[in-house]
Design a protein around this ligand. Sequence first.
Ligand code: FES
Length: 101
Amino acid sequence: MPLVAIAHGEQVREGQPFGVRIAGQDLVLCRVEGEIYALDGVCPHVGGPLAHGALHGRMLVCPWHAWEFDCVTGEHDRHPACRLRTYPVTQSDGQVWVTLD
Ligand code: FES
């Protein structure tokens, strides 16, 4: 599994989803209480761009129809079986690294 540097840590701010496109895949990074989480950036409903949504605490809100996902677990707030894929994140030397498939 490749470990990929995808952002500088200071680019990912509390309350502001940060979108990244890497290897043809859209991801969204969310910082919650200092920790950074990486998730699929495309909403499983009908494809809303989650990087353009809102981040309320640890809940990522889709900009199209307001589905909400826990950015720590990826779970939909009312239907836990519906979830965004999450990716392991590490921070080193100011960089954000994500482990992709
Ligand atoms: S596309 Fe995300 S809630 Fe509809």
